[in-house]
Design a protein. Sequence first.
Length: 389
Amino acid sequence: MITTIRPSTHPLATYINRLENGEALLPDSAENLVEVVGILKSYGIVIGAYSDNLLYIANHQFLELFPFFKYFNGEVNLPKLLRYWWHDRINYEYAEYCMKTMLWHGGGGLDTYLDSPEFTQLAQQAIQAKIKGNFPIQALNKIFYNFLPEQIRLFAYYSGLGQFWRVMSDMFLDLSNRYDKGEIKSIPQVVEHIKAALVAAANNPITYSVKIGNEIYDIIPKSAGLTFLADTAVPYVEAIFFRGTPFFGVVSYNAQAHQISSNQAEFAYGALYADPLPIGGPGIPPTQAMQDMRHFLPEYLHEIYRISCRGEDDLRVQICQSFQKSMFCVTTAAILGLAPYPMDTSNIEEKKANRVYLENWMDRFVQSRLKEVNEPTSRECQLFPERKS
């Protein structure tokens, strides 16, 4: 009885073979493990803060047309305002960038639901309750009748992404705790931890309601059937890991220059494709995330960055490189979790189905930075050997 299939001829067959053998897209090494767990700890803290703010905006800034203090989470005072002006704060703008990228690219059940008659009806009920007695806004709503419903679509994504990041934050911080206890000792164990957490949260309901006056108004009721994995996690991976948006100043938005595809499906500006070198430049949104993560680096990872050739001069670039490695681990977990059959199946037809599934994924990785993150990292300083330590 035949239980094996022919080796893949795909250009990235090496990685297909890895996944089929229970390995990850990122090589298993001591350095990769430290980088991935350390950066995910920092990222877990940051997206936890992002989640809190997105949910605060969704729940407490609903249809506020001028939310001047939306990043303050309801705590407005002079010391906090001064820190804000000094830029000593979390960059919640990056969370909104991710949210708007998800809204723009769409996909998944959340996007479908927001175009449904049920959503339209619920949104109108909330709008009428919110603008009752507000004659200028009532007039605005009559003239621009799509404006407020579109704002509610935006708030639905605030809430959806906030709920998604809450799960991911807890997952990454739990990973860090397990690493500190000596329970996580390899990259495959990191992937398994993430995959198990994704599967456990897969059917968590995604709901959203707001309080207007003394009444609660459903925007995304439980009856809509939206869930964590299919309706927030998968669209997030598609929009943020793969497609993304072109960064201003890096490519031309001039249509005649043809530097940006007119087809959104062809976008390849996500986290898995991005060259880390522009990180730190003005106008590059991920710079804000790297800036946030630098405040929460565990000491064991921060020390690795310090002894690199440039020390902390290119800290954000080094953080981005580690972050990219970690995202390939998260992507590995998603690939394995969504596979049609277990990778260790002995059924030849199931193996073939898995092979087709993996080759379709690899088609998308051809132009990514998968090969770069698989290259050994050299932190030796050749030009300035006196900087070694």
